[in-house]
Ligand binder design. Structure first.
Ligand code: GDP
Ligand code: IMO
Ligand code: MG
Length: 434
């Protein structure tokens, strides 16, 4: 049996959905362990595009079990819409294909309202640029021990009591602090009774099921959301999401012991993007010819909010942070095809802040904003590479680029992605075949 964790190595949108979908071929279970429907994971299979926000990206396969762990926060309306969307495409979701942890927390209507109201109230320079999906407020309630859990849906008396207390408090904040309208508890109760009925058959104990699977020699794939620099502890705080996005959280967010993890794969875009606010040292400003080329050729628009993603050069400082924080055993390098046609490529190898050289992201947000990348330059390649299926067939400059990423990080690619489709991939080493 092997248990492989896949995480984003940068600021999210590295192509995790595609890679998880691809690796699911070798796995029995696919497990989301953190985040919520702030995630947008895109898969292209046989020319057809699927975007998943909450369901694990393994759902397109038959005879695999997708799991939503306790560390995930679930907006039940969004989850049920996603299940219905799959149904319309002939993919039925049952307890055999989807298990939801009773310990996962629920994103409630007041979480979305508070997320949006808080963002609106912040001064321009302090805005996080959240997805507005209620992520921060939901995790705040979880840590504040006043959260609503998936398991509460199965106990209507408990659910009502907890909801009453929560709505009383939230209405006070929404009306008094933000001057908004109060929420009506009876309509939430009615709506959630419907959600409870539909979700009940899918709810269970994730930790127990994964333990049994492991003992039976099953392969388990953990699917991270967001990316290392968005981690609540280790990212560019406060311009981060509200969960731990790094590999250690796969264990906490699914109730799985760390000694059972066999590999940690970092998904690494061949350049860098970021959506939302916050420091981004290698960013190319809007209007820059190369930045705009990356943005349009890479279709860099958020899969969740449709926002334009900021684009920039590859950043080895960020990649090395990911190696250290996640204990990466391999990279999956994505979107290499987007670099085709650029004459020169730049790679940031360190940052200068005043007189100090940094080889990791400065912890202080003011310093992170001031960081000036130190670049080295490499030759690009002219030919398109989306049709390439063997490493040796890549242009030599593309191979040099990959080798340089490996030299700078000490971690080798296990996979190179040359297009969005499942098939547009060069698998160099299968992490489940250890
Ligand atoms: P995720 O959040 O990490 O799953 O990434 P997203 O799905 O938000 O964004 C990645 C985008 O890049 C999606 O539109 C993918 O279809 C696309 N994509 C993934 N790998 C490749 C690749 O190798 N080349 C190109 N051109 N597109 C890719
Ligand atoms: P995937 O899984 C990229 C960013 C938001 C914002 C910050 C906080 O598709 O890679 P939140 O709504 O989480 O409170 O927003 O985090 N963010 C993402 N950026 N990809 C994601 O997910 C993201 N999820 C959140 O843009 O800057
Ligand atoms: Mg995404």
């Amino acid at each position: 049996m092997a248990s492989v964790v896949v995480v984003g190595a940068q600021w999210g949108d590295e192509g995790k959905g595609k890679i998880v979908d691809l690796l699911t071929r070798y796995a029995d279970y696919v497990v989301r362990f953190q985040g919520g429907n702030n995630a947008g994971h895109t898969l292209v299979v046989d020319g057809r595009t699927y975007i998943f926000h909450i369901i694990p990206s393994g759902i397109l396969y038959e005879n695999k079990t997708c799991v939503i762990g306790n560390g995930v926060i679930i907006d039940p309306g969004v989850l049920l819409d996603e299940i219905a969307g799959l149904g319309e495409q002939g993919i039925s979701v049952s307890r055999r294909s989807l298990l939801i942890s009773s310990n996962a927390h629920l994103i409630m209507p007041y979480h979305r309202r508070l997320d949006q109201a808080r963002e609106e109230a912040l001064a321009r320079e302090n805005k996080i640029g959240t997805t507005g999906r209620g992520i921060g407020p939901c995790y705040m309630d979880k840590v504040g021990r006043v959260g609503m859990k998936v398991g509460d849906l199965l106990d209507p008396g408990l659910f009502k009591d907890k909801l009453q207390a929560a709505v009383d408090e939230k209405n006070f904040i929404l009306t008094r602090q933000f001057g908004g309208e109060p929420l009506d508890i009876s309509s939430i109760l009615e709506q959630f009774a419907g959600f409870a009925e539909q979700l009940a058959p899918l709810i269970g104990n994730v930790s127990v099921e994964l333990d049994q699977a492991r003992r039976q020699g099953k392969h388990i794939l953990f699917e991270g959301a967001q990316g290392t620099q968005l981690d609540i502890d280790h990212g560019t705080y406060p311009f981060v999401t509200s969960s731990n996005t790094i590999a250690g959280n796969a264990c906490i967010g699914a109730g799985f012991g760390p000694a059972h993890i066999s590999e940690v794969i970092g998904i690494l875009k061949a350049y860098t993007t970021r959506v939302g606010e916050g420091p981004f040292p290698t960013e190319l400003p809007e209007g820059d010819v190369i930045g705009d080329a990356l943005q349009s050729k890479g279709h860099e628009y958020g899969a969740t909010t449709g926002r334009r993603r900021r684009c920039g050069w590859f950043d080895a400082v960020v990649a090395n942070d990911a190696v250290r924080l996640n204990g990466l055993t391999g990279f999956a390098v994505t979107k290499l095809d987007v670099l085709s046609g650029l004459k020169k490529l730049r790679i940031a190898t360190s940052y200068e802040v005043a007189d100090t050289t940094y080889r990791h992201m400065p912890e202080n947000i003011r310093l992170a904003r001031l960081a000036r990348p130190v670049y080295e330059e490499m030759a690009g390649w002219d030919t398109e590479i989306t049709a390439v299926r063997a490493y040796e067939d890549l242009p030599s400059a593309a191979r040099d680029y990959l080798r340089r990423l490996e030299d700078l990080t000490g971690v080798a690619p296990i996979l190179v992605s040359v297009g969005p489709d499942r098939e547009e991939t060069l698998l160099l080493r299968n992490p489940f075949a250890a």
